[in-house]
Design a protein around this ligand. Structure first.
Ligand code: HEC
Ligand code: HEC
Ligand code: HEC
Ligand code: HEC
Ligand code: HEC
Ligand code: HEC
Ligand code: HEC
Length: 352
């Protein structure tokens, strides 16, 4: 997993935009930046005031290569009502750092390491380093599926601590949790009422913002069958996008295919996808992981419910569907009419 938090004094090259080019949104200078967060979709900048870090008012949109304002709007994240609106009143300790460091200590505001270090997923390691043994380190692969997925869900989810506030402060991460403990005693996933569009969810319960892979995945049948985040991702790094074990187009076929009891139940893959082998529309993730979860502006990441989202859901619930996410020049009715001609899918589920 890439490093999110970087000190630009040590690594000046981490700052993507050219800060010498004036922009009305940018009211800070290179020297003001104590930390840089992010490289892939968005880059945010932090100043140090006292013993805390605070976000600066502009972020870099990596894909569009433009500046955008950065200030979490009131009435969005659950914690906004407990903090004044100004960035300078929103320290990263309670709001960010539990997920962007190892062993953030809420008393001393210190960390043992910035970014997602080994101990965040393997538990305390000093004993193991002194005397390496399987007995004194957590291997997520040997945990049951709930605990194993929780190793990732501790950070890849939207939720709230069970106890809030903690010593007068509102934290947005599972304070006190360590792998080996039970996440449900520290953290609850963000609630959602079916039918409502909330800050986090579409009306059908699918997430619509980033960092919600955990919220999504626990609703999937795969989760209940013991599949884990690391059945598909190798967080120690791979050559594939998103640290996938295999490129996405072959990944799913490790466990799926016409001969597999896991489905799809058609004689060939093409008979299930109705798109030519090798075309974008034939990729499992095109229909089962549409890019509908916003990370910044119009840049979205993939859903992790693995559900096919039928065109009708766009009409009834105003949620983007699996077909028109690619076929943006076609109508919802076109997608419905097409699906009606694909006999292996139930009309009651995909298009009446
Ligand atoms: C983001 C979570 C995460 C981080 C960070 C992480 N690991 Fe892992 N590690 C895992 C998971 C999950 C597995 C099990 C993967 C599997 O076997 O499918 C694993 C497996 C391993 C294994 C294999 C154990 C075995 O018995 O085969 C070793 C060794 C290991 N990690 C070392 C490290 C070291 C050293 C670091 C730090 C440099 C590190 N890991 C950082 C999640 C993580
Ligand atoms: C301590 C918090 C934390 C934990 C635990 C954690 N992650 Fe992450 N993960 C992050 C952060 C932060 C990023 C963003 C990295 C970046 O953009 O540079 C990330 C990024 C990723 C990415 C995207 C990488 C990319 O290049 O697009 C994947 C995939 C991922 N994590 C999977 C996992 C899996 C699987 C686990 C559990 C084994 C896990 N993570 C555990 C914090 C965490
Ligand atoms: C509950 C854990 C958690 C909290 C709290 C959290 N993050 Fe993250 N952050 C993540 C994970 C996991 C990712 C990667 C996955 C994703 O973005 O969907 C991430 C990604 C990011 C990225 C994008 C990196 C990139 O390369 O594009 C930035 C920037 C970032 N976080 C900044 C922040 C800031 C600022 C805060 C506090 C206001 C914060 N995060 C709070 C877990 C967290
Ligand atoms: C069945 C396989 C599978 C499982 C299980 C899975 N993912 Fe993914 N994940 C993918 C694929 C495929 C992508 C998209 C890669 C691409 O677009 O190239 C992805 C993308 C991501 C990304 C990058 C954001 C994006 O959409 O590009 C993150 C972060 C991530 N997954 C985290 C997780 C976490 C955390 C879990 C468990 C809660 C998890 N994944 C479970 C297959 C899986
Ligand atoms: C490690 C094995 C594994 C991998 C890899 C895997 N799956 Fe699965 N998948 C399963 C299992 C097991 C089931 C449950 C089958 C059953 O019990 O009927 C399942 C079920 C499903 C279902 C049906 C879920 C439902 O709600 O009915 C879909 C859709 C699916 N997988 C899509 C994917 C996609 C897309 C990928 C690639 C990104 C993928 N799977 C990768 C093992 C896997
Ligand atoms: C063009 C869209 C599309 C593509 C691409 C696609 N699927 Fe599906 N898939 C569907 C639809 C539609 C359903 C039925 C959903 C329902 O009934 O709710 C479905 C259902 C499934 C199911 C559950 C039912 C069953 O037949 O077992 C599995 C498993 C599945 N798909 C796996 C895959 C895999 C693996 C791939 C990649 C080889 C893939 N799908 C590619 C549209 C697609
Ligand atoms: C990941 C992108 C993607 C997704 C998702 C997708 N398609 Fe396609 N589709 C394509 C591409 C690319 C082509 C042209 C190449 C080909 O024929 O395979 C195409 C071609 C078609 C065609 C034939 C050409 C035409 O324009 O008349 C139909 C019909 C079609 N798609 C219907 C659907 C339906 C219905 C869904 C949802 C169940 C869907 N597609 C989902 C990418 C996608």
């Amino acid at each position: 997993m890439a490093n999110v938090v970087t000190d630009p004094k040590v690594h000046p090259e981490v700052i993507i935009p050219d800060l010498t080019k004036p922009d009305p949104l940018v009211t800070f200078k290179k020297e003001d930046i104590a930390f840089v967060y992010g490289t892939k979709w968005k880059q945010r900048y932090f100043q140090k005031i006292g013993d805390d870090y605070f976000p600066l008012g502009a972020q870099w949109d990596v894909s569009h290569q433009i500046w955008r304002a950065y200030n979490v709007a009131n009435g969005t994240d659950w914690w906004t009502k407990f903090y004044p609106q100004a960035n300078s009143a929103r320290p990263t300790g309670p709001l960010c750092d539990g997920c962007h460091s190892v062993n953030y200590n809420i008393q001393t505001k210190t960390v043992t390491e910035w970014n997602v270090g080994c101990e965040k997923c393997h538990g305390p390691g000093s004993e193991h380093v002194g005397r390496p043994s399987r007995a004194n380190i957590v291997n997520p692969a040997r945990l049951n599926y709930v605990q194993a997925n929780n190793v990732c869900i501790q950070c890849h989810s939207q939720g709230q601590p069970l106890t809030s506030p903690i010593q007068g402060k509102y934290y947005d991460w599972p304070v006190g949790f360590n792998v080996g403990l039970d996440l449900k005693n520290f953290w609850k996933l963000e609630e959602h009422k079916l039918g409502e569009t909330s800050f986090t969810h579409f009306p059908d319960g699918t997430a619509h913002k980033n960092r919600m892979q955990g919220n999504d995945f626990v609703t999937s049948v795969m989760y209940t069958r013991g599949v884990t985040c690391f059945s598909c991702h190798d967080v120690h790094g791979t050559g594939n996008n998103a640290d996938l074990l295999k490129p996405a187009s072959v990944m799913c076929l490790q466990c799926h295919g016409p001969q597999s009891p896991n489905g799809p139940r058609t004689p060939t893959i093409e008979a299930h996808t109705h798109h030519q082998r090798g075309s974008a529309g034939d990729d499992c993730i095109g229909c089962h992981m549409p890019k509908i979860e916003q990370t910044i502006a119009d840049i979205n990441v993939r859903s992790h419910t693995f559900k096919f989202i039928p065109p009708e859901a766009t009409e009834t619930m105003k949620i983007p569907n699996s077909c028109n996410t690619c076929h943006t020049d076609k109508t919802v009715q076109w997608a419905k009419d097409t699906l009606k001609t694909w006999p292996e899918f139930s009309p009651w589920r995909v298009a009446q």
